[in-house]
Design a protein around this ligand. Structure first.
Ligand code: ZN
Length: 170
């Protein structure tokens, strides 16, 4: 296993809509293992493939540090079938460092996806898991929490990030 580089805003790969996974998902086993390791090390509770430079519809989550009955999970080609309620949570993102954004999400969701063997499954989620699933699904559509703040706040953040990136590479 190896740690992957987590891309950060404003990297254009994060804005690109990701493509469905076709063929044998087993080929993604290594990537998934690396994504879990990268996520735990960060640490974070979710990581989507575009965050590590792959524009495919795949993410991993593990909210077991915050919620019972929620261990490591892999979602390939995920979609939300049903949702209800409203919950507002201050979210962070490994690709949007040093920023917390209040985001409103559906409180409960029914999500479908495929696992690494290609088998389709559904999961009912609520609380932090429901939030994490919607946050990661957003990544696959090129949406970030920073898109949910005012354009002025976003521009100031973008400049700060570019300055920090320039300093880091100097
Ligand atoms: Zn994120």
């Amino acid at each position: 296993m190896s740690l992957l580089k987590i891309l950060t805003y404003p990297d254009p790969i994060l804005k690109r809509p990701s493509l469905p996974v076709k063929g044998n998902p087993q080929d993604l086993k290594r990537l998934v293992e690396d994504m879990f390791q990268t996520m735990y090390q960060a640490p974070g509770v979710g990581l989507a493939a575009p965050q590590v430079g792959r524009n495919i519809r795949l993410f991993v989550v593990d909210v077991s540090s915050h919620q019972e009955n929620a261990g490591p999970m892999v979602f390939i080609n995920p979609e939300i079938l049903e949702g209800e309620g409203l919950i507002i949570w201050e979210e962070g993102c490994l690709s949007v460092p040093d920023m917390l954004v209040e985001v409103s999400r559906m409180e409960k969701v029914l999500m479908a996806g495929q696992d690494l063997s290609g088998k389709r499954f559904q999961i009912k989620a609520e609380g932090l898991l429901a939030i994490a699933l919607q946050h990661e699904l957003d990544h696959l559509d090129g949406r970030l929490i920073i898109d949910k703040v005012s354009s002025l706040k976003r521009e100031l953040y973008r400049r700060r990030r570019l300055k920090e990136a320039a300093r880091a590479s100097a």
